[in-house]
Design a protein around this ligand. Structure first.
Ligand code: 26V
Length: 819
């Protein structure tokens, strides 16, 4: 095909040093003597990038030759974090690059820290998409990520007087060397306007949508490097631009501001990531974002398909499109529009193609997070797509009534239109009916999907829902985050586990080997010291690395129950003060995470954690037996420091509410023990690590559902549990917030009145389990043996395993699948 095979590049430090200095000189215009650390970062990135591009072209050529099925992963969020270390690691260049830079007195580890985090996601869902991109490249799946190039990623969090303050994030200010603008891949995206029927001679009548507004979607591609650099996939992010950047007429008539209105409005679409993952906001701009990236991605997929095929009838044989939650669910209507209105397909054939192409992953059952758009908004912004949704709905209802004898009540339950609270489009239902496969992200969550949100659709289509338990990439979350542990394991069992992480089970027997345990513990100790330094630098708080590092890091949500953890800290504080003579195990309770800016209770929980920390950390009576620390601005980079440094991982959501969790996996892989409820993937972690190696407490999902039906309040539990009562009294008394004693009254009164999240109901079991752990920690041999078992038995929770399951059961794509 005329593309020249690139020269093989040498991976020795000499070659790398030469190439880095070449970039420094000719791309940046500095010499080694005058270069500053940012210049070295950029030069190193550019030198590494050249190698990636070689592999990128090879991968593209190979896929084109093979003609196999491609996987398109549509996600509103990709929470990637920094890219340089990941790229260098996956190319096997860590040591040579380190050595090359060292020749100029530059430390690789130091310049890596200067790269901004690509924080194009809120939390679990976005980070999963990033792990999946890396695992698709690592397992040989031809994967294309499609998303939005937000100018401002997830906000930066500061803590001021104990409260969260949100600051804008600006990751692109100094340019982004990882992305390539693709002007040739740009598409028009319409909004609003009217639909009319047209009749052309010799053709059936058809609907034509004439949008009132049009914006341009421009592609930016970022290479995604797989393990050993063998395959490089593409993440294509869309940026919005005005078709006419300046309205010349307006400009020339002196209206200089008015001339820019359109471009401002267009560019607003991709300006900022919505920072709420708890409540559906319902803003028009959010729906614009969803449609914008869905339509651009589908137009791109179709164009690419038509470059290689005669027509679109075999689309589903050549592409699988995965919808990451309902954010891209409007794609179902948009693909129908493109097939029927633009490419002339009949409705039934278009529907068959659409359903065979799409599949959908659900990530939450929380009713307040499920997307449903007001019909009037949808109709105004996307009139043709709304018509199509009505038509899809009519077909589904006809099928249910005629073939399954559904009555009106049953029809209402499956309808894509919620007639209840002002008519709304149910995006989950749309994604479900438009897909051939629908999946949950852990075994429990998938069961609950069948019983709750999708009960009726599951009855109608009993084969559609399946489970795909989440995973995390061991490259970023073990090798890169924890080189010490990676080195120890490599010494013990050889490097085979780097290519097949399930081989890590080979260290399982070493849990009985005292020398191995000691080295394992020594690495943990170093990682704890590193975190202690970060805490010392960022917050001027000193913590003792020989204490239990008890860590809960994740988005702040009522259902995740950081509040329960804080209450336990207060109760422990109270007990230490009352019984100073007892043999307390020193503990550092560490929190980090962001609250949605509009989520009042979540912000109060952050405030409480900070206020409690201020009081406890300053109280000489606890003598360093207890510290409470809230580290600001949790992000992927901070997680990479935190995960390897934990002794104890807090996974304590109200059972039935955490779809999977993935932090739970990162912690355990790095040798933390888990204290957790039987929720999400904790259930499967229990099965893999064994009940002696994980600390499960509390109500089960069905017990929670039962108690909620019985509408208990927390009052009777509080009255009968002195430790809980005293902790809540301490909060209510203003002990932690003397400047504003009523600050946490509503947080506490919720527990008395209702205890919706089962904090009171689970308190005692949680307390008792924590004391068991205190005791265990004094027997270091036992603790460390359990820690080794955790690391050894977590191989299954690799996102490589998740991706292979998706490829085999849903996409029918990738290695070993007929193309
Ligand atoms: C929801 C919404 C609602 C509308 C407004 C914007 C917005 C943005 C993000 C979300 C996603 C919330 C769902 C989510 O992140 N779920 C998490 O997915 C993880 C990966 O599957 C899983 O491990 C976590 O348990 C689950 O909470």
């Amino acid at each position: 095909n005329g593309v020249q095979k690139p020269e093989p590049r040498l991976n020795d430090p000499d070659t790398l040093a030469r190439q880095i200095v070449e970039k420094l000189t000719y791309s940046i215009g500095k010499n080694p003597a005058s270069a500053r650390k940012y210049d070295w970062l950029r030069a190193t990135t550019l030198a590494v990038r050249d190698r990636i591009i070689d592999h990128w072209f090879e991968s593209a050529d190979r896929f084109a030759e093979e003609g196999g099925k491609r996987v398109c992963y549509l996600s509103m969020e990709f929470l990637i974090g920094r890219m340089l270390r990941d790229a260098i690691n996956n190319l096997g260049l860590t040591e040579p690059v380190r050595e090359a830079l060292a020749r100029y007195g530059v430390e690789l580890d130091m310049i890596e820290l200067l790269e901004p985090d690509a924080a194009l996601g809120n939390g679990g869902l976005g980070r999963l998409a990033a792990c999946f991109m890396e695992s698709m490249a690592s397992t040989g799946v031809p994967g294309y990520g499609y998303g939005i190039r937000y100018v401002h990623g997830f906000f930066r969090q500061e803590i001021a007087d104990g409260a969260q303050v949100e600051l804008p994030e600006n990751w692109l200010v100094h340019g982004n060397p990882w992305e390539f603008e693709r002007r040739n891949a740009s598409y028009e995206i319409g909004f609003g306007g009217k639909v009319s029927m047209i009749q052309e001679a010799g053709r059936p009548a058809r609907q034509v949508w004439r949008p009132a507004e049009r914006v341009l979607a421009v592609a930016y591609d970022t290479p995604m490097v797989g393990w050993r650099g063998r395959q490089v996939n593409t993440l294509r992010l869309w940026s919005a631009q005005a078709l006419d950047p300046i309205l010349l007429d307006a400009f020339n008539s002196g209206d200089h501001i008015g001339a820019l209105v359109e471009s401002n409005k267009a560019e607003a679409i991709t300006r900022v990531l919505y920072p709420a993952d708890s409540h559906q906001a319902g803003q028009e701009l959010r729906l614009r974002q969803e449609y914008f990236f869905s339509s651009a991605s589908l137009q791109d997929i179709i164009r690419r398909h038509l470059e290689e095929n005669d027509n679109l009838s075999n689309l589903a044989d050549k592409v699988a499109i995965q919808l990451n939650d309902t954010h891209p669910a409007v794609s179902v209507a948009e693909l129908m529009r493109l097939l029927v209105d633009v490419h002339g397909f009949g409705w039934d054939e278009a529907w068959t193609i659409t359903r065979a192409t799409f599949s959908y992953t659900n990530h939450t059952l929380l009713p307040e997070a499920l997307e449903h758009w007001p019909i009037h908004l949808f109709e105004r912004l996307l009139p043709r797509q709304m018509q199509i949704i009505y038509a899809i709905n009519a077909g589904i209802i006809r099928e249910a009534a005629q073939e399954h004898g559904y009555d009106d009540g049953q029809v209402a339950a499956i309808s894509l239109i919620d007639e209840g609270n002002g008519r709304r489009v149910r995006m989950g239902q749309l994604a479900f009916v438009g897909s051939h496969a629908v999946n949950g992200v852990s075994a429990l969550h998938t069961d609950l999907m069948k019983q709750t949100v999708f009960r009726d659709l599951h009855e109608l289509y009993p084969d559609r829902i399946q489970n795909k338990t989440n995973g995390v990439t061991p490259r970023r979350w073990l090798m890169e985050a924890n080189p010490g542990l990676t080195g120890l394991i490599t010494e013990a069992i050889g490097p085979g586990f780097l290519d097949d992480i399930e081989k890590i089970i080979e260290i399982d027997d070493l849990a009985d080997d005292a020398a191995f345990r000691e080295r394992f513990a020594a690495i943990k100790r170093q990682n704890k010291e590193r975190l202690a330094n970060v805490i010392g630098e960022r917050m001027a708080t000193s913590v003792d690395p020989s204490a239990i590092f008890d860590i809960q890091v994740k988005r702040i949500h009522e259902y995740k129950r950081q509040f329960l953890n804080i209450i336990e800290a207060i109760a422990l504080y109270d007990q230490i003060r009352s019984h100073p003579e007892r043999n307390w195990t020193p503990r550092v309770k560490i929190f980090a995470g962001k609250a949605a800016p509009s989520y009042v209770q979540a912000k109060e929980i952050i405030h409480l954690a900070n206020d409690v920390g201020r009081v406890i950390n300053a109280d000489p009576a606890v003598r360093d037996l207890l510290k409470v620390v809230f580290i600001p601005n949790y992000n992927v980079s901070l997680a990479e420091i935190i995960m390897p440094a934990a002794d104890l991982s807090e996974q304590i959501s109200t059972a039935g509410l955490e779809a999977s969790g993935t932090g739970n996996m990162k912690f355990a892989l790095n040798g933390a023990l888990t204290i957790g409820t039987l929720d999400g993937a904790n259930v499967e972690m229990l099965e893999h690590v064994g009940e002696d190696n994980i600390f499960i407490f509390g109500l089960t999902a069905s017990e929670v559902a039962q108690r909620r039906r019985e509408a208990h309040s927390g009052r009777s539990i509080i009255d009968n549990e002195p430790m809980l009562r005293e902790a809540l009294d301490a909060i209510s008394s203003g002990l932690f917030c003397p400047d504003s004693p009523s600050r946490f009254h509503s947080l506490v009164s919720n527990l008395y009145n209702n205890d919706w999240w089962m904090i009171c109901a689970d308190f005692k079991a949680y307390w008792d389990t924590q004391r068991t752990l205190d005791d265990l920690y004094t027997r270091q041999d036992e603790w460390q043996a359990k820690a080794v078992h955790n690391t050894a038995r977590m191989g299954w929770f690799s996102s490589d395993r998740s991706i292979r399951e998706y490829a085999r059961d849903i996409w029918k794509a990738g290695p070993g699948q007929a193309g």
